[in-house]
Design a binder for this molecule. Sequence first.
Ligand code: SF4
Length: 404
Amino acid sequence: MYLRYAKRLLTETDLRLLWKLTWNFAFKGAIAIQKHKRRLARGDFFPPFIYISIINSCNLRCQGCWVDVAAKQEKIEIDAISRLIRESNEQGNYFFGIVGGEPFMHADILEIFRRHPNCYFQVFTNGHFITDEVAAELRKCGNVTPLISVEGSEIVSDERRGGEAVLNKTMEGIRNCTKHNIVTGVCTSVCKTNLDDLVNETWADRLIELGVLYMWYHTYRPMGPEASPELALSPEEQLRIRQFVVDMRVKKPIAIIDAYYDAEGQALCPAATGFTHHISPWGDIEPCPIVQFAKESIYDDRPLADTFNNSQFLTDFRNLAATHTRGCIVLERPDLLHELTVLHGAKDTTARKTAAAELLAMTPRTSQYNRAKEIPEKSWAYRFAKRHFFNDFGAYDAPRDPLA
Ligand code: SF4
């Protein structure tokens, strides 16, 4: 399987793009993680990966979306994005997740990639704005991988995403990317209505045929004003996805990402481990995209490294999450998270100003942490990668409960 995948990488993408992926993402990413470990060892903190929501606007209206997509447009201007990237480069970070809303609705998105050729960008997108021309530009930049979300069959896609012909437009975006040999990924926020359609070998084979080089299964988070909690997965369904992913990693010539399990199959939260934090379209520095509370901003008048290193709110969030679960504190203990926001007087970073009420209205539920069953990686390659570059970095060893 590994040789088949290597052949796909060498023949289905452009060698210059493959070099950018290898150097800007893999090599520099590995260095960023080593720097993160050294910072942690000396008591300093700066996340090795940052997710930036560059705009709140979107052309779709998905169930469970926490972003104020219908609110007045707010975006981070290109110069502020560049300052954020340069300050992160100083800490050894060269990989950035670009999220939204729909990032391709930001007029300067291509300029971000052009201005920072030494970085690598993963763009979370619905694919609707990736025309043939845009795909050609992305290829020219070479330092971008679109991660395009597919949320179900034609009918389910329209229902899940509050639009018309949603799947067709998304598939067109995927085809434009693979036609230009761009390193392209497809992700799904797996829920009750798309689990059977998209968590199976037939779908994986279809993506391989389309020229897609990696997949990512997120677990549906019932968040925001239209949370649709009935779509959330049961513990058995979450285990089914985990087992499928572990099995396909040794069978299919396509990479499958996850951000919730280490090599031994132990659950983790990438925000609790400090692996990543999130910047909102308003510039707020949040623990993660669905924790819409903050005490700091990228517009604060001090170096970003100081801001991250001295944020008591982010430190307490990491400790709180690590004290109470290896899974998702938002799903499992929204009550404790609310208590923490009150303790810090953290700002509700939403335009709708209902994040606190939404947290209080949430019904606690299970997340990726299944205390009874852990499924270790079968693949030696994923075991190696996770043991060295993606684990809990000791976050669960002796956390201090900030609410104690
Ligand atoms: S808090 Fe939950 S949604 Fe956020 S990174 Fe952790 S597990 Fe994921």
